[in-house]
Design a protein around this ligand. Structure first.
Ligand SMILES: NC(=O)c1ccc[n+]([C@@H]2O[C@H](COP(=O)([O-])OP(=O)(O)OC[C@H]3O[C@@H](n4cnc5c(N)ncnc54)[C@H](OP(=O)(O)O)[C@@H]3O)[C@@H](O)[C@H]2O)c1
Length: 293
């Protein structure tokens, strides 16, 4: 048998929202037999025309294949959709966004019902699904055997990054990265606000901003080195003392531009508190210790 004639793993997919539909199309395009179910049946019609088998119920869809992928709105909808299905012997992969605690509870719930469980956190938007060059991927955590068994099939819609046996770790990585993203967006919002009333084209600022953020992003590697070594002064080039001394410039500029400092001030306050603890030789790593309760 040549690789071209090897049967592709059949997949059951519950949930045909924006993300589920994109996942479905990627598996269909790659030749995987696909059974789909959606609460609102009309959403499955286009996929039926593209070759998907449409199950009349969630129970029927789950019964169709060993590999069952779920991509629903939230954890409560997973509970509702899977109630009354027989998960015995199923390989359940839950790509629904959830908290780490929900993912751990869902893993235990699945085990009690005789299923193996993998949780996923999707780091992509639907147009990135099935487009490898778009760079989207999914964090997976939970059963390592399950991940290995289905690595190839799961890798069809997007890249795969396994982050550990703790079922909550995929959600935790997902939320960690998205939280950092919101911090970045908050900073960009402040930057645009500063120029808002000036004769400066936002379209001219945007590429400068994007390049600057990319140039600064590798600083996270030094943060990781500090946290691992416990030495927060290693390789510091911009001391906390210097940076705190600079904060009035930022706050005064915001005031002069008529911009609220509400996005910047909480971070500056943490920097000041860390400096007050006598950590002027560090850079910004010590702020993390102030956040962890
Ligand atoms: N879209 C994105 O950019 C994106 C990116 C990363 C991760 N995600 C995650 O992917 C998951 C799905 O997102 P989406 O964009 O596909 O959302 P969506 O377009 O709003 O679709 C939600 C899906 O959940 C179903 N659903 C909701 N409540 C239900 C219930 N009680 N019982 C059964 N089915 C229920 C909906 O069915 P009906 O059609 O019947 O309403 C629909 O299939 C979410 O957890 C989301 O956080 C999405």
């Amino acid at each position: 048998m040549t690789p071209n004639t090897v049967e592709k793993t059949p997949v059951t997919l519950l949930g045909l929202g924006a993300m589920g539909t994109a996942l479905a199309r990627a598996w269909l395009a790659a030749g995987h037999p696909l059974t789909v179910w959606n609460r609102t049946p009309a959403r499955a019609e286009a996929l039926a025309a593209e070759g998907a088998r449409v199950a009349g119920s969630a129970a029927g869809a789950v019964a169709a294949n060993t590999l069952v992928v779920v991509c629903l709105l939230d954890d409560a909808s997973v509970e509702e959709a899977l109630a009354g299905t027989d998960l015995t012997g199923r390989d359940l992969v839950n790509l629904t966004t959830s908290t780490p605690a929900q993912a751990r509870a869902r893993a235990a719930w699945a085990r009690e019902r005789g299923a193996r469980y993998l949780d996923g956190g999707i780091m992509a938007v639907p147009p990135m699904i099935g487009v490898p060059e778009a760079g989207g991927y999914v964090f997976y955590s939970g059963s390592p055997e399950l991940f290995e068994r289905h690595r190839e099939t799961l890798g069809v819609p997007a890249g795969t990054t396994y982050v550990g046996e703790d079922a909550g770790f995929a959600a935790l990585h997902d939320v960690a990265l998205l939280s950092a993203m919101y911090g970045m967006f908050a900073g960009a919002a402040h930057a645009f606000a500063l120029i808002r009333k000036e004769d400066i084209d936002p379209g001219a600022l945007a590429p400068l901003l994007a390049d600057w953020l990319v140039a600064m992003a590798p600083a996270v590697h030094q943060t990781a080195d500090h946290l691992r070594s416990g030495d927060y002064t290693r390789g510091v080039v911009s001391s906390l003392a210097m940076q705190v001394a600079g904060t009035p410039t930022f706050l005064d500029t915001a005031e002069q531009q008529g911009v609220s400092p509400e996005l910047l001030s909480p971070y500056f306050e943490l920097m000041r508190r860390r400096l007050a603890e006598g950590s002027g030789e560090e850079d910004l790593t010590g702020v993390i210790d102030l956040l962890v309760r």
